[in-house]
Design a protein around this ligand. Structure first.
Ligand code: GLU
Length: 479
């Protein structure tokens, strides 16, 4: 029996907005750990001091929580491998790099930036891939003296000349790279900070990470990581590289240029976090029975990274909208009222929310749509008179409006039933064309051709407003 405890992680860099792709990847790591009663770890990778964005860590933590996800070990929570922020672990990385130098698996390099860029230029001219030429390898004792005298240095991995570097990707199968094509990467920078490659390997090892599901943009880094594990004599985790999302038009990697990508912006646009998670679940993965709606709990039971398609998937906004609509319809009314609150415009009549919301809930694609579907309840409406007279003459419509107003003004008990009875009786008595009359009335009262059920709408609008709108429209037609 395999008794290994599954430990996965997500390792965000606080260099900007957290992307929907990050949440989708985090979800997979989270679900895989939960499925196996393992642990999901969150680690902040903030060693690239130049790209740090103030406040980004707090935003990342809060958006992960806003999506209803959580971590077992990490910032705010702590855990057996504290601290979970790389800038607080700096001394370890230097020790690791020095240990590799001692073992002959890494070396000091004091090449100046000028020399390195001249080398790169030459390689470009010669149509060679950019690679460090090991200028410093043979001069280590000399360099050591310079370093002791205060000279700046970096530490580079001594990549073996000719060894196949393989790993078995959970999603893509075996991937092999000749070590000759891997550069002697920098592990420790001259400011004493580790590079991403050293820090990620050291931490994944220390934090006992067993599986790493990450975006395919990291696939070219993985041979470097495998080589580092080899140099340390450690067992690498199992990797799986998840395909990128393509822009909704199917062209190119999803990017800011073609619309929003930030995880927070989708919540701000009125998508429900559970609908977004469901959407991420089925992008590039389908449950056995092919259904498109599943809860987080069901996903955890059924998800297996091996079943993720290695092909890039289009970020199909139409599908997301459909799923979101489904989830909105599933919310109990009190919960929908609570969730929609932040999206209500300032002039929304809050005390009528419980009456208005059930009338429009079926039409909401996102929570933000609430304004568009309800303004006629609380703002004045403007109508193109031609809409009223589309199927009839101005004289007839003016007459219909006046008679309807008369009939409605006689109602004391302003209820759906009474409104409906009066209007239907009038229409029958006058033998008005049913479709023309009801559509005309709908437009006169709401300004729109598509609205919630007419009589319910009239009840919520109130007698006074309905009568005054009928009057305004008939006046407008008769001038
Ligand atoms: N810090 C990296 C990032 O920003 C982590 C990459 C990885 O998962 O190894 O995504």
């Amino acid at each position: 029996m395999n008794t290994q405890i599954i430990r996965t992680r997500m390792a965000p860099s606080p260099t900007g907005e957290y992307h929907v792709g990050h949440i989708a990847t985090l979800l997979k790591n989270y679900a895989f750990a939960k499925k196996h009663d393992g642990a999901f770890i969150l680690r902040i990778e903030d060693t690239d001091q130049f790209r740090l964005v103030p406040g980004a860590v707090e935003k990342i933590l809060s958006v992960i929580k806003a999506y209803g996800l959580d971590w077992d070990e990490g910032p705010e929570k702590g855990g057996p491998h504290e601290p979970y922020v790389q800038s607080q672990r700096l001394s370890r990385y230097k020790d690791y790099a020095l240990k590799l130098v001692e073992d002959g698996a890494a070396y000091y390099c004091t090449c100046s930036p000028d020399r390195l860029s001249a080398l790169r230029e030459q390689q470009q001219k010669d149509k060679q891939p950019p690679k460090y030429d090991r200028h410093c390898v043979s001069k280590q004792s000399e360099i050591k003296k310079q370093i002791d005298a205060g000279e700046e240095y970096v530490i580079r991995l001594l990549v073996p000349d000719d060894e196949p570097v393989s790993f078995d990707d959970m999603i893509r199968g075996e991937i092999t790279t000749p070590s000759a094509s891997v550069d002697d990467q920098v592990l420790l920078k001259s400011d004493g900070f580790p590079t991403y490659h050293l820090a990620v390997v050291a931490d994944d090892h220390e934090m006992e990470i067993t599986h790493v599901l990450r975006g395919e943009e990291w696939i070219s880094s993985t041979p470097k990581h495998v080589l580092l594990y080899r140099a340390f004599g450690w067992e690498p985790p199992v990797y799986g590289h998840i395909p990128v999302f393509l822009n909704p038009d199917g062209k190119g990697k999803m990017s800011k240029r073609k619309g929003t990508v930030s995880a927070q912006s989708f919540l701000d646009a009125g998508y429900l976090p559970e609908a977004l998670l469901n959407f991420f679940m089925i992008l590039g993965w389908t449950p056995q029975d092919q259904r498109e709606m599943l809860t987080l709990h069901e996903y955890i039971q059924e998800f297996d990274p091996k079943d993720i398609s290695p092909k890039s998937v289009v970020f199909d906004v139409k599908k997301l909208e459909w799923i979101n609509g489904q989830y909105i319809r599933l919310l109990p009314s009190a919960e929908l009222e609570r969730r929609i609150h932040p999206f209500l415009p300032d002039d929304f009549p809050n005390d009528a929310l419980h009456k208005i919301l059930p009338l429009v809930a079926d039409r909401l694609v996102t929570l933000r749509d609430i304004e568009e579907h309800t303004t006629f309840f609380y703002r004045s409406i403007t109508i193109d008179p031609q809409l009223l007279t589309k199927k009839s003459t101005a004289t007839e419509v003016t007459n219909q409006l006046a008679e309807t107003k008369d009939v409605l003004s006689r109602i004391d008990d302003w209820t759906v039933e009474e409104i409906e009875r009066h209007i239907r009786d009038l229409q029958e008595e006058r033998s008005w064309h049913k479709r023309q009359y009801f559509m005309m009335l709908r437009v006169a009262i709401t300004g729109k051709t598509a609205t919630p059920p007419l009589f319910e709408t009239m009840e919520v609008l109130g007698k006074e407003k309905v009568l005054s709108r009928l009057l305004i429209q008939s006046d407008a037609l008769s001038v």
